[in-house]
Design a protein around this ligand. Structure first.
Ligand code: ADP
Ligand code: MG
Length: 763
C-alpha cells in the first residue's frame, strides 16, 4: 500500500493555496496530509472546526485515483460536495437521492478516473455488487468521516457504520483514514479496533478552541435574557439549545412574537420539516434555530456566531460538542450557558429514568461535573480542557467570563455575612432558594412552617432583589466559602472560610454580577457584553454587511449555502484589508483560483464602490491595521526598541496657552486615521506629547481606540502587570512588574485602553 509517487512540501502548499485559498495549515493538518500521501492508515481526532475535511480533500486532489469518503448524512455529503466543487475539485455523491441519469454520469467519470472525491453513505457497503464495482476502480484511499458513528459507546451510533469494518478486508492494499471529533477514549479505541486500522498514524489535536468565548450566567428571566443577548447579535447565525420539545417550541414562538426570525428543530418533527429548517439555517434564510440536541451532526455551517444553552446540559462532553458548532471558520464566536439551580432537579429526573444502575450512576456523576463547571470560579477553558485530559497553561485565557471579569471584582463582605448568618441560624439544613427567601423576607409556606420569620436575619436583604442574593450565594459556593456536600441535594453548609468572614477577619470579593439588574436595564447590559474588543480584529462593519448581501445573492443563484461561497473569515478580511485588484484579492484567506474566477469580479466591484464612497472608513481601518502589524511583527523582538524608534523627530514644546485647541488638533488627526508617528511629524511635537494628548482626550471621555495598537496577547499581558495596583492603574508598579518587558510609553498607551474599559464596566 505504498504509493509510488513522492510529493514535496512545495506541491502540498501550492495546492493548499491555489485550491483552498489558505496560506497555512491548521494544527496537525499537515502531518495528516503527509501521512496520507505516504499511503498510511490514519486515525485523527480533531475538534469540530479543526478542519478535518481538508485533511483528506487535499491529498485526494493530489493523488491518483478517487478518494472514497464515507459520511453519515445526505445533507452533509451534499454540502461537502458543493464546497469541494466550488473550490475546483471534482466531487460527486452516490446516495438514494441521486437520479439514474446522474448515477450514470458519475459511473462514466469514475471509469475515466476523473473524480477526486466520491461521497457515499455507509449502507452501500451492504451491497456485494457495490463492493465489486468499487474494486474495478482506481481508489487512492478511503476516508471515513464522523467515524465515531461506528461505536455503540458514542452518542451517534449508526449500525450501518459497522459494515465499514469490511473495507480493510475487501481492499487490503488501499489505505483507510478515519476522522472524528469525539473526545472520549473509550470511543476512540473502539473506532480503531472496529475499522481494523493497520498501524495507523494517530493524531489527537488539542481541544482548545481559542476563538470561542465561554460565558455562564445565572438563569433567571430567561426570555428577557435571551432577547437581550440577541439584541447585540442581529443578523448573526446562532443556535439556542433547550432540553425538551415543549421548551424549544415555547422559546421559538416567544422570539417570533418579538419579530425575531427563529425556527424550531426537534426529533418530534417530520424528516421533511426538519430538513427544511436545517436548510433554511444553512442558507442564512433563518438566523436562529431553537433546538434540542437532536440538532447537531450535519451542521457544517461555518458561520454560526453563537450557541446558547438555555438549560443545563447533561454532561460536559455534550456541552463541549454543542458549543463547538460555533465559529468553525475560526472567527470569534460566543457560547453562553444560562445556569439555574432549578434545572438540576429536572436533569436528575432524566438521569433517574435510565434503566441500568451503572449507566444511571455515570449519568449522575457527569451531571455533577457539569454543575461544577457552571458554578466554579476558575477559567472555563482550563476546566473544559482538563475534562479532556489537557492542561491549558496560559494564566488568563482572556476569552471566558471568569478571566475577563477577574479584573473587575467588588467587595461584598456585608451581603456575604447576611447570607452566612442565615445559613448558620437555620442550622445548615436548607438550600439556596429558602435562604434567599429568608433574606428578602418572603412569606412562604416553608418559612411559616419553620418560623423563620422570627429569625433576626429575616428580611435583612429586602433592599436587593432575589437575583442579587442568588448571585452572592453562587459566588460563595464558587469560592468554596459555602459548600454543598451532595450536589444533587443542595443544602448549604459553612466552611472555615465562612467563619472568618462572619468574624470580620476576612473580606469577601466577588465578580460584579451582570445579572441582578432590573429588567429594563438588562437589555442594554447583556447586549453590550460582547467579546472584549481587543479579541476581535477590526473590520469595516458596513462593508462587511454589503459583502454578506452579495454572498447571499450569489449563493442563492447557485443553490448552495452562503458559507460555502466564502466564509465569514474571508468576508472579514475583505472588509479589513480592502483588496482592490486581482492580486490583492487573491491573497485574502479562502480565495482559491476557482473562487476568484467565479466571484472575484463581483466582490471587487462592491469593495471598490464602497471605497470610493467611504474614503474615511478605509483610512481609519488602514490605520488600525498598521498598528497591529507593527506589534505583530515585533511580538518576538524586544519591545522597548520598538516604541523608541521614532521618538527622535524635532520637537517644539507644547505651548500651554494653546492647550485645548492643540489637543483637539491631535484628536482630529487621530480620527482621520493618522498614526502616532504621522501626527508627530505633522505637528512637530514629540511622541511623549502626543501620547499625553491622547491620555487627556481619553480622560475627557472621548473614544480613543488605542486598543487597536496592540495584539490581544500583548494587551492581556500588560493588563496583568497593571493588575498589581488594582483600579488605580499606576504606571510604575506595572513597569516594574514586567521585569523590563514594558516601558513607560507603552504602558501609558495601554492604560488609555484599560481606563476606558474600566469606565465601560462601571457604567
Ligand atoms: P471539521 O470537519 O473538523 O469540523 P471542517 O473541515 O468543516 O471542520 O472545517 C471547518 C472550517 O475551517 C471550514 O470553513 C474550512 O474551510 C476551514 N479550514 C480548514 N482548514 C483550514 C486552514 N488550513 N486554514 C483556514 N481555514 C481552514
Ligand atoms: Mg467535518
Amino acid at each position: 500500500m505504498f504509493s509510488e509517487q513522492h510529493y514535496n512540501s512545495e506541491q502540498i502548499y501550492s495546492t493548499l493555496s491555489s485550491i483552498f485559498g489558505f496560506r497555512s495549515f491548521r494544527p496537525h493538518q499537515e502531518e495528516i496530509v503527509q501521512a496520507i500521501l505516504q499511503g498510511r492508515d490514519v486515525f485523527a481526532v480533531m475538534p469540530t472546526g479543526g478542519g478535518k475535511s481538508l485533511c483528506y480533500q487535499l491529498p485526494a486532489r493530489m493523488m491518483q485515483g478517487v478518494c472514497v469518503v464515507v459520511s453519515p448524512l445526505i445533507s452533509l455529503m451534499k454540502d461537502q460536495v458543493d464546497a469541494a466543487r466550488i473550490n475546483g475539485l471534482s466531487a460527486a455523491t452516490l446516495n438514494s437521492t441521486i437520479s439514474a441519469e446522474e448515477k450514470n454520469a458519475i459511473g462514466v467519470a469514475l471509469r475515466q478516473n476523473r473524480l477526486d472525491l466520491l461521497y457515499i453513505s455507509p449502507e452501500r457497503f451492504n451491497s456485494e455488487y457495490f463492493i465489486s464495482r468499487l474494486k474495478t476502480l482506481r481508489i487512492s484511499f478511503f476516508a471515513i468521516d464522523e467515524a465515531h458513528c461506528i461505536s455503540e459507546w458514542g452518542h451517534d451510533f449508526r449500525p450501518d457504520y459497522l459494515e465499514l469494518s469490511k473495507i480493510v478486508h475487501e481492499f487490503p492494499s488501499i489505505p483507510v483514514t478515519a476522522f472524528t471529533a469525539t473526545a472520549t477514549p473509550h470511543v476512540t479505541d473502539d473506532i480503531v479496533k472496529r475499522l481494523c486500522l493497520r498501524n495507523p498514524h494517530l493524531t489527537r489535536a488539542s481541544f482548545n478552541r481559542p476563538n470561542l468565548f465561554y460565558r455562564v450566567m445565572v438563569k433567571q428571566d430567561l426570555d428577557v435574557q435571551i432577547r437581550s443577548f440577541l439584541a447585540g447579535h442581529s443578523g448573526e447565525s446562532g443556535i439556542i439549545y433547550r432540553n425538551s420539545r415543549k421548551k424549544v417550541e415555547a422559546t421559538a414562538e416567544m422570539l417570533q412574537v418579538f419579530g425575531i426570525s427563529a425556527k424550531s428543530y426537534h426529533a418530534g418533527m417530520s424528516d421533511v420539516d426538519r430538513h427544511a429548517v436545517q436548510e433554511a439555517f444553512s442558507r442564512d434564510e433563518c438566523s436562529i434555530i431553537v433546538a434540542t440536541i437532536a440538532f447537531g451532526m450535519g451542521i457544517d455551517k461555518s458561520n454560526v456566531r453563537f450557541v446558547i444553552h438555555a438549560d443545563l446540559p447533561k454532561n460536559i462532553e455534550g456541552y463541549y460538542q454543542e458549543t463547538g458548532r460555533a465559529g468553525r471558520d475560526g472567527e470569534p464566536a460566543e457560547c453562553l450557558l444560562f445556569f439555574g439551580r432549578q434545572d438540576i432537579a429536572q436533569q436528575l429526573r432524566f438521569a433517574d429514568e435510565i434503566e441500568t444502575e451503572q449507566a444511571r450512576n455515570i449519568a449522575k456523576e457527569q451531571l455533577k461535573q457539569m454543575i461544577r463547571f457552571a458554578e466554579q470560579n476558575n477559567c472555563r477553558r482550563v476546566a473544559l480542557l482538563k475534562y479532556f485530559g489537557e492542561t491549558f497553561s496560559k494564566q488568563n485565557c482572556n476569552s471566558c467570563d471568569i478571566c475577563v471579569d477577574s479584573h473587575n471584582l467588588e467587595e461584598a463582605t456585608i451581603p456575604a455575612q447576611k447570607i452566612l448568618s442565615a445559613i448558620y441560624r437555620t442550622k445548615e439544613s436548607f438550600g439556596a432558594i429558602h435562604i434567599t427567601d429568608i433574606l428578602v423576607g418572603a412569606n412562604t409556606e416553608k418559612i411559616r412552617q419553620f418560623k423563620h420569620d422570627k429569625l433576626p436575619t429575616y428580611g435583612v436583604g429586602k433592599d436587593k432583589p432575589k437575583n442579587y442574593w442568588r448571585a452572592v450565594i453562587d459566588a460563595l459556593i464558587a469560592q468554596k466559602i459555602v459548600k454543598i456536600e451532595d450536589m444533587l441535594r443542595p443544602i448549604l453548609k459553612l466552611t472555615d472560610e465562612a467563619v472568618l468572614i462572619l468574624r470580620n477577619q476576612k473580606k469577601f470579593l466577588m465578580r460584579k454580577p451582570h445579572e441582578y439588574i432590573s429588567a429594563e436595564n438588562k437589555i442594554n447590559r447583556i447586549s453590550s457584553m460582547k467579546i472584549p474588543s481587543y479579541e476581535i480584529k477590526p473590520f469595516s462593519e458596513p462593508l462587511f454587511i454589503k459583502l454578506r448581501e452579495l454572498r447571499t445573492e450569489l449563493a442563492r443563484a447557485e443553490n448552495v449555502p452562503p458559507y460555502i461561497v466564502f466564509s465569514d473569515r474571508t468576508l472579514h478580511e475583505m472588509a479589513r484589508y480592502f483588496p482592490r485588484n486581482a492580486e490583492t484579492f487573491q491573497q485574502v484567506h479562502g480565495v482559491g483560483r476557482n473562487k476568484y474566477a467565479a466571484y472575484g469580479q463581483r466582490f471587487l466591484e462592491v469593495i471598490n464602490k464602497f471605497c470610493e464612497q467611504n474614503p474615511d472608513e478605509m483610512k481609519s481601518l488602514r490605520f488600525k491595521r498598521q498598528f497591529e502589524q507593527n506589534y505583530e511583527t515585533s511580538a518576538q523582538i524586544s519591545r522597548s526598541s520598538q516604541l523608541s524608534l521614532s521618538t527622535s523627530s524635532s520637537a517644539s514644546p507644547l505651548s500651554t496657552t494653546a492647550l485645548s485647541s492643540s489637543f483637539l488638533e491631535t484628536y482630529r488627526l487621530f480620527q482621520q486615521g493618522k498614526t502616532i508617528d504621522e501626527i508627530v511629524i505633522e505637528r512637530k511635537l514629540t511622541r511623549g506629547t502626543i501620547i499625553t494628548h491622547l491620555e487627556k482626550l481619553g480622560e475627557s471621555g472621548l473614544e480613543i481606540s488605542v486598543d487597536l495598537f496592540f495584539v490581544p496577547e500583548r494587551l492581556a499581558q500588560i493588563k496583568e502587570w497593571f493588575s498589581a495596583s488594582g483600579d488605580n492603574l499606576f504606571l510604575k508598579p506595572a513597569v516594574e512588574a514586567s521585569g523590563g518587558k514594558l516601558d513607560f510609553e507603552e504602558a501609558r498607551l495601554a492604560r488609555i485602553f484599560l481606563r476606558n474599559s474600566l469606565q465601560v464596566n462601571q457604567e
